[in-house]
Design a protein around this ligand. Structure first.
Ligand code: NAP
Length: 436
């Protein structure tokens, strides 16, 4: 008879699902897994539901892969169970042969500059789940009554935030943007959005496909100085052969800089060599002051000059840290690990393991590598009792069947509006949709 092991995966985002898939693929006649994905929300898919920008629906089609993984024998989705609340790490260690932490990085890094706590200064870690309908972020205060917004950071999250603020909200009407956010964006008076990067264009963390989308925006002019791009190119060339990603990025930026403005009332400005120094304002954000940098080879040098942009909203998109988990060691915003091993029978995958980098697909190979180690480490199966027996009486668990009810209800509610789904943002309503 095959050895039957129970594995708990905490977190139903991409890295959790890819870990489950890797375990399913490692099964043989002699080795079988019962896999529970434990998720604190009543809904699965992690950042594919609450991170990926609503105007990028193609990226979300990976959810079909997740649903296939969920349909495999031996797999259970156990939503609405919070590690640290309904169950503890010790419970997981006692009831499973192995525990895989796939809890991501949910906390926005801080700029650590004066004025960061003013009203109108927020982190992408709050803004993104707000527009994506994460139940815990519905009430984030996003003042959209100003004219100018500044986004700090030169990564794809900064770009997502900037696009959502800079496009005509009608372009979001046919997406799964959360209803409260869509209504607020329709009322928004923001017309000018700046992305500010602290280093040169050659150092930007954007990826080329996202940059190539910018000239296609239908109602927004994108401004990027051609001089800035050619100087970045010259600097990169002076360092030796330009890496492919940098070359592609600079080429995409050159096309943006050469794309003539069409006179739209909405604009997006990409600016480089600006390091945030202070967010100014009394009651709320009134502007942001930057130190102007210059590049000396690969080194960033403060010129001593400053630039202040008057604005009413500042969003920092400068990376994330993992949320601390009781009983789990951390290290510089990640779960402390060695190649994914945390301690005996405990593993970590995804952003919680390697930090907030890579696209959705990056998690596939990453999780597969860690699951091989997990299998190497397996001893005899424990045959422990079901974790569900530990839950408080009456606690509602959203299993796959209930999630499918929620999923179907959201899709059905979206249909008459021409939207892929109408996201339910209240936990209570999600739970009752699951009950049917
Ligand atoms: P990221 O790609 O690491 O970019 C973070 C940016 O913040 C960098 O430009 C960094 O500049 C800047 N930064 C860090 N600390 C700063 C500070 N104190 N002041 C000013 N700037 C600062 O992170 P991300 O944008 O959060 O994205 C996370 C991952 O998700 C990335 O791998 C990204 O590609 C991926 N993602 C992909 C998509 C997509 O495929 N469409 C969409 C969203 C996110 P330095 O380089 O100078 O440190």
């Amino acid at each position: 008879m095959a050895a039957q092991y129970k594995v708990a995966i905490v977190g139903a985002g991409p890295s959790g699902f890819f870990a489950a898939q890797a375990l399913q693929n490692l099964q043989s006649d002699d080795l079988k897994f019962e896999i529970d994905i434990i998720e604190r929300l009543p809904t699965p898919w992690g950042l594919v539901r609450s991170g990926v920008a609503p105007d990028h629906p193609k990226i979300k089609t990976v959810s079909k892969v997740f649903e296939k993984i969920a349909a495999e024998p031996g797999f259970r989705f156990l939503g609405n169970i919070d590690l640290g609340k309904e169950i503890t790490m010790d419970d997981l260690k006692n009831h499973y042969d192995a525990v895989v932490l796939a809890t991501g990085s949910a906390l926005g890094r801080k700029l650590g500059i004066p004025g960061e706590d003013l009203r109108g200064s927020l982190s992408a870690a709050d803004f993104v789940p707000w527009y994506n309908g994460h139940p815990d972020f519905v009430h984030v205060d996003v003042p959209l009554d100003g004219k100018v917004a500044v986004i700090i950071g030169a990564g794809n999250v900064a770009m997502d935030c900037a696009r959502i603020l800079a496009i005509n909200p009608e372009e979001l009407d046919s997406t799964d943007t959360a209803p409260h956010a869509l209504a607020a964006l329709h009322m928004s008076t923001i017309r000018e959005v700046h992305i500010a990067a602290r280093r040169g264009a050659e150092n930007a963390a954007f990826t080329a496909p996202e940059l190539r989308d910018l000239p296609k925006l239908e109602h927004t002019d994108v401004y990027l100085s051609a001089d800035e791009v050619s100087q970045a190119h010259a600097r990169a060339q002076a360092q030796g052969e330009i890496e492919k990603e940098v070359r592609n990025n600079l080429e995409a930026m050159r096309l943006i800089s050469e794309n003539p403005p069409k006179g739209h009332e909405r604009s997006l400005h990409m600016q480089f060599l600006l390091a945030p120094k202070e967010i100014v304002g009394t009651e709320r954000v009134e502007g942001i002051t930057f130190s102007i940098n210059r590049m000396d080879g690969e080194k960033v040098v403060d010129t001593g000059e400053t630039l202040t942009i008057a604005c009413q909203l500042v969003i920092s998109a400068i990376g994330y840290n993992a949320e601390p988990l009781a009983g789990v060691p951390e290290d510089k915003g990640k779960i402390k690990n060695s190649e994914g091993r945390v301690e005996e029978n405990v593993y970590v995958v995804g952003w919680a393991k390697r930090g907030p980098s890579g696209v959705v697909g990056t998690n596939k190979s990453d999780a597969a590598d860690v699951m091989k180690l997990l299998v190497d480490d397996l001893k005899n199966p424990k045959g422990a009792e079901d974790i569900l027996n530990l839950l408080p009486a009456g606690h509602i668990v959203i299993n796959q069947e209930k999630w499918q009810r929620i999923n179907a209800a959201e899709i059905a509610a979206g249909e008459p509006l021409g939207r892929p789904r109408l996201k339910e943002v209240s936990r209570e309503k999600l739970l009752s949709l699951g009950e049917g």
